[in-house]
Design a protein around this ligand. Structure first.
Ligand SMILES: Cc1cc2nc3c(=O)[nH]c(=O)nc-3n(C[C@H](O)[C@H](O)[C@H](O)COP(=O)(O)OP(=O)(O)OC[C@H]3O[C@@H](n4cnc5c(N)ncnc54)[C@H](O)[C@@H]3O)c2cc1C
Ligand code: SF4
Length: 523
């Protein structure tokens, strides 16, 4: 079901615009242009500083700039005429390109951010350039599929989206049964929750030596006056398609089989576990979501006895389900998510989110690995970093800005739905039915951080009380009135309310102390 821009649309264009997160020759206008470079339109690539004005992890900057420059060099080597510009904004870049060689008809794949589409349209109207925005074929699913799914639904839930688009593609379905998921169950999430056993062998994820271009960018970024979050010394992310394909190959052959069972596990020794680490490359366009899915499905078809269904199903669900769902949801709700704060959270983000300096072993470990590598896996993002910010009551947009600044794979279209809606529940359930919260017991069950911590996950009062555990009950208390009406939360509220008054008071007092210590940087 991979779609393709008709060659005709490319041949009438005077120019094709390539955005920094559309670095693909596999689909879209560039794919079509490369079919006949002799008659191909000019290509405009803008390394807009605009895309970088929101502060980013230093490794995100290096990955984006390097991948863009390597892509331009490759297109030139293959015969395309590329104007590469570096300007403050996309509009300035387009204007400069227009001045160099008049643009009559500009062809572009739809930006991932709807805000940019609107800006491009305004620029085209003001300059009289004909702008043709075609669907962004880096996505696996179309807007029509989303509209058909979403229309008339009161609630938008990933699970129903996932079933629908999976069925439409016939992926992981029982042979000859169009409606029957392989193995009889759509979602094997329940089987994705194993703790990593002691002594488990986890193949390392690839770490690429910087290419010549990436090394130049690293030097450039080091020389810039702006201070960026994170360290650049250990940069090892793919910056070209060859590296990205190698990362995909290594994942499918070495880690996919164990991806499912340990998807939610956390480990001090194995920071990436069996995760794919493909998000950075995918979000830049170096790999398409379609080819990743097909490669993984193909590996499953080749090794059905070695790759359990829960691994391939879990992986396909992340990409076809969650990733696509979040992208469409962002298109629909981004405006309201800019201000959503349904739980009225107003606390500032504790300073240890930047430094990692906290006695909480779990948070400290994850922030430190963010500083050095720009990556943490999903459960660490959701159930450690996001969970703690939610429990302590940080303003959702501050959490959003922090996530955007501290991850190598961060782009607003994926950060905001995951942070504001999913993790901080700030829209009160546009795309999820309950907040993702837990106390220390969950962290203790899923990993080994608690064994190295100054706090005790079982305690909610006293000097060694785990801040997660105390603040979990404090959160339930603060929002009891709302969540007692939520069938998925009511049990926790009742459990809290059934506790003795003295116990509840002690926990709430402890929560106040924890909050104060967090703000003083003493937690
Ligand atoms: C609070 C929070 C913030 C997040 N921020 C980002 C972000 O900045 N950039 C980003 O790409 N993802 C983000 N995610 C989603 C997910 O955590 C990452 O995609 C994943 O951890 C990336 O690592 P990986 O490539 O090893 O993923 P794997 O675990 O190997 O999963 C495979 C792929 O599935 C996709 N995926 C899985 N879950 C999601 C999801 N919830 N939303 C979108 N795609 C998903 C990703 O493309 C990922 O590469 C966030 C999730 C949360 C809860
Ligand atoms: S005891 Fe609490 S703070 Fe410490 S590692 Fe466990 S969950 Fe994290």
């Amino acid at each position: 079901m991979q779609r393709c821009v008709p060659v005709g649309q490319v041949s009438v264009a005077s120019h094709v615009l390539v955005l920094p997160d559309q670095l693909t020759d596999q689909v879209g206008p560039i794919h079509a242009a490369l079919l006949d470079v002799s008659s191909a339109p000019g290509v405009i690539f803008i390394e807009s500083l605009d895309a970088q004005t929101a502060p980013r992890h230093v490794q995100a900057l290096v990955a984006q700039r390097s991948a863009g420059r390597e892509f331009v060099a490759e297109l030139r080597a293959r015969g395309l005429n590329v104007q590469a510009l570096r300007t403050a904004t996309y509009e300035e870049g387009l204007t400069a390109a227009h001045a160099q060689a008049p643009i009559t008809h500009l062809l572009a794949m739809e930006p991932a951010a709807p805000q940019l589409t609107a800006r491009m349209q305004t620029w085209a109207e003001q300059t009289g350039v004909q702008l043709n925005i075609v669907p962004n074929e880096l996505w696996l699913t179309t807007r029509d599929e989303w509209e058909e799914f979403a229309s008339g639904r009161k609630e938008l839930r990933m699970e129903f989206w996932y079933r629908r688009v999976r069925k439409a593609r016939g992926w992981l379905m029982e042979p000859g049964a169009a409606d029957e998921p392989l193995g009889g169950v759509w979602n094997l999430d329940q089987e994705n929750r194993r703790r990593l056993p002691k002594g488990a062998v986890v193949p390392s994820a690839p770490h690429f030596l910087p290419t010549e271009t990436a090394q130049e960018v690293i030097n450039e970024v080091r020389a810039e006056s702006a201070a960026h979050f994170g360290e650049v010394d250990s940069f090892g992310w793919p910056t070209n398609r060859g590296q990205a394909l190698e990362a995909l190959e290594r994942f499918c052959t070495e880690r996919l089989a164990d991806f499912g069972p340990y998807e939610d596990a956390m480990s001090r020794e194995h920071e990436h576990l069996y995760h794919s680490l493909l998000s950075s490359a995918m979000n830049l366009g170096l790999l398409t979501a379609h080819e990743i899915s097909i490669r993984a499905l193909d590996e499953f078809a080749r090794r059905p006895t070695e790759i359990p269904l829960q691994s391939i199903e879990g992986f396909i669900r992340q990409i076809l389900g969650w990733r696509e769902f979040m992208h469409h949801a962002y298109d629909r709700f981004w405006k309201e998510w800019e201000t959503s704060n349904g739980l009225n959270h107003t606390e500032p983000l504790p300073s240890f989110y930047w430094s990692g300096e906290t006695k909480m072993a779990c948070i400290s470990r994850v922030v430190r690995k963010l500083i050095s590598g720009g990556h943490a896996h999903h459960i660490e993002r959701l159930m450690l970093l996001g969970n703690f910010a939610l429990l302590i009551g940080v303003r959702p947009q501050e959490v959003d800005a922090w996530f955007l600044e501290t991850f190598v794979d961060a782009h607003p279209w994926v950060v905001t739905p995951n942070v504001v809606a999913m993790s901080q529940f700030a829209d009160l359930g546009k795309i999820t039915s309950k907040p993702y919260i837990s106390g220390g017991a969950y962290v203790s069950r899923m990993g080994d951080d608690c064994s190295a911590c100054a706090y005790d996950p079982t305690l909610s009062t006293g000097d060694r009380a785990c801040p997660f555990t105390t603040l979990y009950w404090d959160f339930i208390d603060r929002h009891a009135e709302r969540f007692v009406k939520n069938p998925r939360m009511a049990r926790q509220v009742r459990s809290w309310e059934s506790r003795k008054e003295t116990v509840r008071t002690a926990i709430l007092e402890e929560a106040k102390l924890i909050r104060a210590r967090a703000q003083r940087g003493e937690l």
